[in-house]
Design a protein around this ligand. Structure first.
Ligand code: SF4
Length: 289
């Protein structure tokens, strides 16, 4: 719960504010860019939400904030309830952003993919009954894909509840030694016709990306859409900007390729852009249509 006594002076006056517990993980700026902005080492409210939709987005940010740093002096319970119900939030097709980012995974975004052969959770949000119920309504969770050791969140609790298989790379497996599916080596793994697991060592030795239907690339911290440069940004490695990434061709082979990009259904490199819709979640790219 945000503490008004810790309200940052960088906030504009008004109902919403960010307090000094903010860990600057960007969630609010992705979900409610018309209200929140980066300000030094924190986020702050630069413009109070005015329209119904802006207020709704500000409450989504408040709920998704991994450390509860966002407060509202006069809470609107009805809008808060509606914002709560908005998670998991459909991005498009059957891909959802879960909200309720976890402090345990440094505020990383997590996603849910609804699939007839078993649903996938990509990294894990906070363990919350609201999400558990929603996942149950959508058929449960068969696999929990862990992009790397930092973004485990509450994966063990979700795995236990849904009897899901956690997928992690051997090089990061110390973070989940009892994971049900350990990926070895650097070869692409065809988990099923729709899911390819792509080891992408760099940010961590065991970083992996998940390519879904040759369209959606879940990248963890390997690379992300950067709003400032309006392009892709690779995770720094050892303090240096990374310059090598991966490319997938139809045979599934993996080879160094720079600059990084998604691939289309034919395996050709193509530019990628962030998903459409409100908010621009990090860690997910999709090919243009
Ligand atoms: S979501 Fe919370 S922790 Fe992240 S930048 Fe916004 S206020 Fe700070």
């Amino acid at each position: 719960m945000a503490d008004v006594a810790k309200r940052l002076s960088t906030n504009i006056d008004g109902n919403f504010f960010v307090d000094a517990t903010c860990i600057n993980r960007d969630t609010c700026r992705q979900l409610a860019p018309k209200s929140f902005v980066e300000n030094g080492e924190y986020s702050s409210v630069y413009r109070q939400p005015e329209t119904e939709s802006e207020r709704y987005q500000a409450y989504q940010a408040l709920l998704a904030c991994p450390v509860g740093s966002i407060g509202a002096l006069v809470p609107d319970k009805a809008v808060m309830r509606a914002a709560t119900e908005s998670f998991p939030m459909l991005i498009e097709d059957n891909v959802f952003y879960n909200g309720f980012n976890s402090e345990k995974s440094f505020g990383a975004n997590s996603y849910f993919i609804r699939h007839p052969e078993g649903n996938w959770l990509v990294d894990a949000p906070r363990y919350m009954k609201k999400l558990v119920d929603a996942f149950e309504r959508m058929g449960g969770i068969a696999y929990i894909f862990l992009t790397h050791e930092d973004d485990i969140g509450d994966a063990p609790r979700y795995a236990k509840h849904f009897r899901a298989k956690r997928v992690i790379h051997r090089a990061d497996a110390d973070a989940q030694p009892d994971a049900e599916w350990i990926i070895d080596g650097l070869d692409v793994v065809e988990a099923s016709p729709d899911f390819r697991i792509i080891p992408v060592p760099g940010h961590t030795d065991g970083s992996m990306a998940l390519l879904y239907r040759n369209c959606y690339l879940f990248t963890g911290d390997h690379m992300a859409w950067d709003r400032e440069i309006n392009g892709l940004r690779l995770a720094p490695i050892g303090g240096e900007a990374a310059s090598v990434s991966i490319r997938v061709d139809p045979s599934g082979s993996r080879r160094p390729h720079a600059p990084a990009c998604c691939t289309d259904a034919r395996g050709a490199a193509t530019s990628a852009r962030a998903p459409r819709g409100q908010g621009v979640p990090f860690g997910l790219l999709r090919t243009p249509r």
